[in-house]
Design a protein around this ligand. Structure first.
Ligand SMILES: CC(C)(C)CCc1c(C(=O)O)[nH]c(=O)[nH]c1=O
Length: 315
């Protein structure tokens, strides 16, 4: 069974990787991913300067293993740490794993500086710009501001100057799928979108203590895990149907087993990320999920993901 795939011109030995933000802030965590059965790895979204992030508790699993909530606040080592990691990365590593770099500038100027630095370094890593990053205070995140998103791409696309991707928040209105896809179709270097980032501003409350689970933002935080699966599949399929040929979708959201990876591929995903389940289970999740996916594909008679990618049937 062939689980390999190619994204932005780089070959992933298998289509599984971590969701940016989980197990990928520090070099030792990234090394664990290199040594795991993932097909590639992505770094924690970087800002210009290093950040400690929000006060803890800032992540919590939800009761009944239905998902997670987080308001990490972009804790990261600053973009130069990840640039240096990318410079020293062994691109010919035994597993042949490519490296993805996530950037989340707190302003367009920050994103410009970081993209220029990566361009000048001319490394084989693939950039993913996190559009869930905040915009002007009081305005919605860039991903929810179509004008700001297009303007950001008009500035960043020529600077990045080669194939890159965008991490997107979930959309819930068909008109937003149409508007966002129309924007991405204008930029030839935008070769993939990663759907979805966490479902924004949920509130998880503990019944016994009558208290929010996490400290930042009065307990408001992004939702992940199984509970976001249908929203993730919809976003993957909406962009799969709307993006020009040659552009791909990386699926993220709700993956706990081989079953959900299969569904993401059926919806149109070319690669699939694991966040909450990786946080809860550790990097062994990649071997388990890969085995389950192979068993499922074999039971269904599929030898490669191409045979069923995007082939979700409708009634
Ligand atoms: C939410 C932001 C802090 C603006 C960006 C970083 C981020 C975070 C985070 O660092 O809180 N958590 C997520 O689930 N997704 C993200 O993209």
């Amino acid at each position: 069974v062939d689980l390999s795939t190619t994204i932005a011109g780089v070959k992933l030995p298998n289509l599984l990787l971590n969701a940016s933000g989980v197990n990928c802030r520090f070099e030792n965590e990234l090394q664990q991913l290199v040594e795991s059965k993932s097909g590639s790895l992505i770094t924690k979204s970087a800002t210009l300067n290093s950040r400690e992030g929000n006060p803890e508790p800032r992540y919590a699993p939800l009761a009944g293993s239905i998902g997670s909530i987080n308001s990490m606040g972009l804790p990261n080592q600053g973009y130069e740490y990840y640039l240096n990691y990318a410079k020293n990365f062994d691109y010919n590593n035994t597993a042949g794993k490519p490296l993805f770099i996530s950037l989340a500038g707190l302003s367009l100027a920050e994103n410009k500086t970081m993209c220029e630095a990566f361009r000048d370094a001319n490394l084989p890593c693939v950039l993913e710009v996190n559009f869930s990053c905040p915009n002007v205070p009081g305005k919605p995140q860039v991903g929810y501001d179509m004008e700001a998103m297009e303007q950001a791409l008009q500035v960043l696309d020529p600077i990045i100057g080669r194939p890159f991707g965008i991490k997107l928040p979930p959309y819930f209105d068909i008109a937003h799928f149409d508007q966002a896809a129309a924007i991405f179709n204008k930029f030839d270097n935008v070769v993939f979108v990663t759907c979805i980032n966490s479902v924004g501003n949920g509130l998880a409350i503990d019944l016994d203590s009558e208290t929010a689970l996490i400290k930042p933002k009065d307990g408001f935080g992004g939702l992940g895990g199984l509970l976001v699966l249908p929203t993730a599949l919809a976003n993957v399929n909406a962009f799969y149907r709307r993006l020009k040929p040659g552009k791909q979708v990386i699926g993220c959201g709700g993956v706990t087993s081989g079953k959900e990876v299969f569904l993401h591929i059926l919806a149109g995903a070319s690669a699939v990320e694991i966040g909450t389940q990786l946080m809860e289970e550790g990097t062994g999740v990649f071997e388990r999920v890969q085995k389950e996916l192979v068993e499922l594909m074999t039971a269904k008679g599929y030898k490669s993901v191409e045979e069923f990618r995007g082939k979700v049937k409708t009634l």
